[in-house]
Structure formats: structure tokens, C-alpha cells
Write a new protein. Sequence first.
Length: 338
Amino acid sequence: MNLVRAELERLSARRFVQLMVVLLAFAFAVTAATTLAGSHKPSASELNSARAQATEARQGMETAYRECLARQGGSLPTEDSGLYLPADCSEIDPIRQSRLPIAADFLPGVFSFAQQARPLLYFLIAFLVLFGFLVGASYIGADLNSGGVVNLLLWRPRRLTVLGAKLGTLLGTVLVLALLASVAYLATFWVIGQTAGLAGRLSGEFWRELGAVHGRGLVLVLLATAMGFAIATLGRHTSAALGALAAYVVVWELGGRLVLEIIDAPQSDRFMLSSHIGAWLNGEARFYDTRICQGSNVGSYCEGFYTLTWLPSLLVLLAITGGLTAAAFAVFRRRDLI
């Protein structure tokens, strides 16, 4: 317990951590202020007009779907009427759509919490992922580079215990901070929606979906934190983690993706870590591949999409993070720290 308390004090006293917390609060404040300045409480006439436009848009979707079915059945001519009518009418079936037009879609300049909460949460998760990676890398990297770990081992000469305490303290602190930040963040925008915009339809399903994204986001933040910590431990410096991140993005996410497209590799997005992050965060991710429809019969309908689901993506992220962390502990156990 004394070791954990000491590590907690060391972590909270680091200037880089304090700077990142200030930047987190600043980004939060700017986002909230911008949203508040660009929104207003809609009047009764604006709401009535928006509801009428939403109703008209839904009716237009129904009309297009019925015309598509009629043309497929041969009861209507096939002349172009200006409407997009796909070969498979289920594409435009209103019942199959993820969402239908609502009044908030026709209220420009009005913040709707129900519509914007999820994109805002994605923004916060992205910032927290970067925050966790950088804090995790600098926390252990600075100690290894400055000799702080050696001094700590003189007091507690058990390498794995010391490194485990550092990692556990880091993950616990980042988790608490992420929870507090996300609760304050969403509560602030909920208040903005109530006072200077629209709350929207906040059903039980909405809160369950938002909670699921939030929970997956917190897992992603912890994985990024552990990954930054592990890479910096292996490289004995904070810059090792930053260099590894930059190298991965440039060499593989950009260069590797380009090479895979040139050689026309099938389902190349499966090999990208960003694809698995998106699939885990959203529950699934769909990608287009022209090779999927190459063997289809002429005239048959083929979407050309393939799907990454959350479970395989989570296993990939856990395997990478777990492998790096295990390697960091193994190297730290045998390495000469002087």
C-alpha cells in the first residue's frame, strides 16, 4: 500500500500529467462554449415547421419505397422519375433504416443532445486515448531515463512488484479521471440541451447505447495507456513510444494501406489496427471490397461489404497490448537499469 501511495504522489506531481489535465479541461471548455454560442432555444413556430418538414421527408421515403416495389412488380413504367430506385428495394425501406427524419434534423443552429451526445462522446474518448497513451509513456519513460526507478528499487528491491505497482497505479488513476471527465462532459451538454437547445428523445435505449459506447471507450483508454507504458518501458524513454506510434501510423496505416490497395489484397482493412479500434468502439465496422462481388452471377444483387465485429477486434487489441506488456515486464526483469 505504501508503494501505491508513493506512486500515486509521483504521478500526480508530474508536470506533464498536470499539463495534460489542463489541456483536457481546456478542450472540454472550448467545446462546451462553442456549442453554447452556436445554439438557441427553438421557438414554437420553428418546432412546428421542423415537424412538418420531418413528416414530409418520411412521406417521401414511403412514396419512393412504394414506387420501387411497383416498378419491380411491373405495374409502373421504368422511366426515370428523378428518384433513386435501387435494384433491391429493401435499401430504401423506411423500416430498415437506422433512423428516420425527425424535427431536430430541420432545426439549424439548435443543439440536440440526443443527436450530438454520441459524436461528442467519440471526441472525448479520442482525447482520453491520446491522454492515456502519452501519460503512460511519460510516466515510466521519465523515471527510467532519469534514474528514478533505480532509486525506487533501492527502497523496494523487487522489480516486478515495482513495475506492477506503477502500471496499476497508472491505470487506476487514468480510469478515475476518465470517469469523472466523461460524467462532467456529458452532464454539461445535457444542461446545454435543456436550456439552450433540445434534449431530444432520451429513451432507455438511447442511454443503453450511449453507456455501451462509454464502457467500450473506457476499455480502449486503458488499453492505450498500458500500450504507451509498455512501449516506453521497452525503449527506456518516452520518445520510444512516440516514435513507435508515429512509425506505425506512417509506415503501416498510410504506407501499408497504399501497398495493399496497389496489390489489390482482399479485405485489407482487417490488417489495420484502426479498423479494429472502430469495430470495438462501435460494436461493428463495415468495409467495402470490390473482390467480394467478382464471383457473383450477372444481375444478382451484391453489396460488396464485409463486417468486423467487436469480439474479434477486442481479442486483437488485447493480444497486442498483452504481448507488449508481457514483453515489457520480461525485459525489465533482466535489464541493467544503470
